[in-house]
Ligand binder design. Structure first.
Ligand code: PLP
Length: 361
């Protein structure tokens, strides 16, 4: 859900039978609005509020992934007060290094997500005894943009051992939520694992687990299904290379500024010539730079170009910084297309702001 929460995109997935992994009441509203069955929705997230937990119970959410023990006690109490018993898993932190960018790595021991795997058996036993919970199993998600399945394999082996330990202690386990994290190709020369590589490894490692397996892929579904279309405003001379100033910026696609991420840049109608340039947006921040000294298609003011792999963690991370509009989103299906999110202008955002009485004269 967090990779691309556009309603039309969710609708495509809902029609194919996908559920969703959500982390907020807002994401829950979107999943339900897109037609996803409540029992196919998993509520994850390290900061679910008691109000959101109650909302999730009311909506009939299929599974709550608990991030720590106290959350389970609160969830149980709310469920019990409503005369219900809800399905839950315990998110464990398998303490493997995902080998990815530190800001999108979630599976090392001293991380805010999940509980240390060594403490999981005792916690699980206490949670399983609570009247409002039905503990179904364990969950993990070790990070994003993984470039090999090796860290996932290491994590899943630990999960397999944990499931055996839990059962050895007389506890029931019938689900294992194995998270997401599969990387996608941002650079043309990049080699990333395919979903079939993950499938082969999972089939091998989880043999005999006797559980329902669940997956939470995000980036791999949406990443390369989307591009950010932009127009070159100026080509400005620079000291080392010219600056290609485009009308897209860090508020539209935050990943380069946030993680130093690479997004491939191509002219919509390439001339065949290339140039070495810096690519930057109009926002008044040095961080609003998409590339430095990169060899790209030769472009001029007025040319259209795209940043590739913008379908995941693109529009969903957009802001209106510098009072820039939110870009519209367009879905393309074969030879048809539709605007699936309107441009949200600075004027529309101003409508939601108020000047207090004492300033009105
Ligand atoms: C972000 C996230 C995912 C999806 O990660 P991808 O790398 O996009 O596949 C899955 N599960 C949880 C709990 C997440 O936070």
């Amino acid at each position: 859900m967090k990779a691309n929460p556009n309603l039309a995109v969710l609708r495509v997935l809902a029609r194919q039978g996908y559920g969703a992994d959500i982390v907020s009441g807002g994401e829950m509203a979107r999943a339900l609005a897109a037609g996803m069955a409540p029992d196919s929705i998993v509520f994850s997230g390290v900061g679910k509020t008691p109000a959101e937990l109650a909302q999730g119970i009311d909506a009939g959410i299929g599974q709550f992934n608990l991030e720590h023990e106290e959350e389970g006690h609160v969830l149980s109490a709310i469920a019990q007060a409503q005369g219900q018993r809800v399905s839950a898993t315990l998110r464990v932190n398998p303490d493997v290094d995902a080998g990815t960018h530190e800001k999108i790595s979630t599976g090392k021991a001293d991380n805010k997500f999940g509980v240390p795997i060594g403490q999981a058996p005792e916690m699980y036993a206490r949670l399983a005894a609570l009247p409002g919970l039905q503990m179904r199993g364990v969950a993990c998600h070790i990070g994003s943009q993984l470039s090999t399945v090796a860290p996932l394999e290491a994590a899943y082996k630990r999960i397999g051992q944990l499931i055996a330990d839990l059962r050895g202690g007389g506890l029931s386990v019938d689900r294992a939520d194995l998270g997401g994290g599969l990387g996608v190709r941002y650079r043309p020369e990049e080699v990333v694992p395919w979903p079939t590589d993950l499938g082969e490894m999972v089939a091998r490692v989880t043999k005999g687990w006797d559980v329902e397996l669940m997956f939470e892929p995000g980036r791999v579904i949406a990443g390369n299904a989307g591009v950010l279309l932009t127009q070159v405003i100026w080509v400005k001379p620079g000291i080392t290379h010219p600056y290609v100033i485009v009308d897209a910026a860090m508020n539209d696609l935050a990943r380069p500024a946030l993680y130093g991420a690479y997004h491939h840049f191509e002219a919509v109608q390439p001339s065949g010539e290339t140039m070495t340039a810096h690519i930057a947006g109009p926002v008044c921040e040095t961080g609003d730079t998409f590339a430095m000294g990169r060899e790209i298609d030769r472009v001029e003011a007025g040319d259209l170009a795209i940043f590739r792999t913008a379908g995941a963690y693109g529009a969903t991370m957009a802001s209106t910084y510098n009072s820039r509009a939110l870009v519209p989103e367009v879905m393309v299906d074969g030879d048809r297309f539709a605007v699936v999110a309107d441009r949200i202008s600075a004027e529309m955002i101003m409508h939601a702001e108020r000047v207090p009485d004492w300033l009105k004269d």
